[in-house]
Design a protein around this ligand. Structure first.
Ligand SMILES: C[S@@+](CC[C@H](N)C(=O)[O-])C[C@H]1O[C@@H](n2cnc3c(N)ncnc32)[C@H](O)[C@@H]1O
Length: 315
């Protein structure tokens, strides 16, 4: 617990600055807000003053990220869609924004020993020592002043499922920052998942609508995968944006892969439970009940998740 915890209740009452912190403030009291991490419902979350990010950052989350990394790499047939394989083999500089536990960085650093890989995340859940020599990690919140690198530093900037609760303006600033640190002709690549699960049935639809209303009421981008291309175009920093899409089956109908995707979806639901429960104003028990019905719908309705990679070259 940080020494800030001992601030008087009066002064600490002014501290919460983000939405989710405000929710926290009402439900959990001021001690949690002032710590670097906070524990809620037996999960560990990050805790800072500028981000609304709502996924945990504990061991269970690292396992979820590892499964997601493995599934998506298989679904797309590789770790990226940009045409950079030859350059990576020759040796270039690469940045992974929101690198999480560093699975993408480590795997690529091992595959391309002549290239240098930097992973950046506001949660220091990446490896500190056990990593290849050509990989490094930086703890940084991109909302606190952008990317801490000079202009024209990297040949390839990658960002996968940052799942950030960013406003439109924050997304635009981040894309411009990525363009700034890229060298001319360097590639930027973003992967996101569509927030609307296809073939949605009544329970799922109702849940998605409630979450969407919360995002909209708070000026946060709900379905970034459907907006990202326009945002990238809007910055005028990149040439034509290419999109690589995978419609991935979830549940038994998708065979072994579909069953793994359902496990991944269940882990993701559980990871979001604390914050999304708050967003739609329900208890953990009510949230679990909603999802029991949603899983039944998913099993009955040949559901897909749609993942998209957007990639473009800096002008
Ligand atoms: C869902 S995880 C994905 C991690 C990794 N890209 C992967 O695919 O395994 C999203 C990551 O983005 C990071 N993130 C979210 N908002 C961020 C911000 N404002 N600055 C830096 N990192 C952020 C989170 O801490 C988290 O580790």
């Amino acid at each position: 617990m940080s020494s800030n915890t001992y601030l008087s209740k009066e002064s600490s009452r002014k501290k919460p600055q983000t939405l989710l912190q405000l929710i926290e403030f009402e439900n959990y009291g001021f001690e949690n807000i002032l710590d670097k991490f906070r524990n809620l419902n037996n999960r560990r979350f990050h805790n800072n003053n500028t981000s609304n990010y709502s996924l945990p950052n504990d061991k269970i989350e690292i396992n979820r990220l590892q499964l997601s990394h493995m599934l998506l790499k298989n679904a797309f047939g590789g770790n990226f869609s940009s045409p950079v394989h030859n350059k990576l083999s020759d040796g270039i500089s690469v940045l992974d924004v929101g690198c999480g536990a560093g699975h993408w960085v480590i795997e690529n650093a091992e595959k391309y020993p002549k290239s240098t890989f930097v992973g950046l995340d506001m949660s220091p859940i990446f490896p500190k020592d056990d990593k290849p020599q050509n990989a490094g990690f930086i703890e940084c919140n991109v909302l606190d002043g952008g990317l801490p690198f000079p202009s024209n530093t990297f040949d390839f900037v990658h960002q996968k499922l940052i799942h950030a609760e960013f406003t439109e303006n924050q997304w635009l600033l981040l894309i411009k920052e990525i363009a700034r640190v890229l060298k001319p002709s360097g590639y930027a690549e973003f992967m996101e998942v569509e927030n609307y699960i296809h073939n949605s049935r009544p329970h799922l639809k109702e849940f998605q609508e409630k979450v969407k209303r919360f995002y909209e009421a708070n000026n946060l981008c709900f379905d970034i995968a459907t907006k990202l291309k326009d945002f990238i175009d809007y910055t005028k920093c990149f040439s034509e944006v290419k999109i690589d899409t995978r419609k991935i089956p979830v549940g038994k109908w998708g065979g072994f892969f579909g069953e793994l995707m359902l496990i991944y979806l269940c882990m993701t639901t559980e990871a979001f439970a604390t914050m999304k429960g708050k967003m739609i104003n329900c208890t953990k028990e009510e949230y679990d009940k909603i999802y029991e019905n949603i899983y039944k719908e998913i099993e009955e309705s040949n559901t897909n998740l749609v993942y998209k990679r957007f990639y473009a070259q800096k002008i």
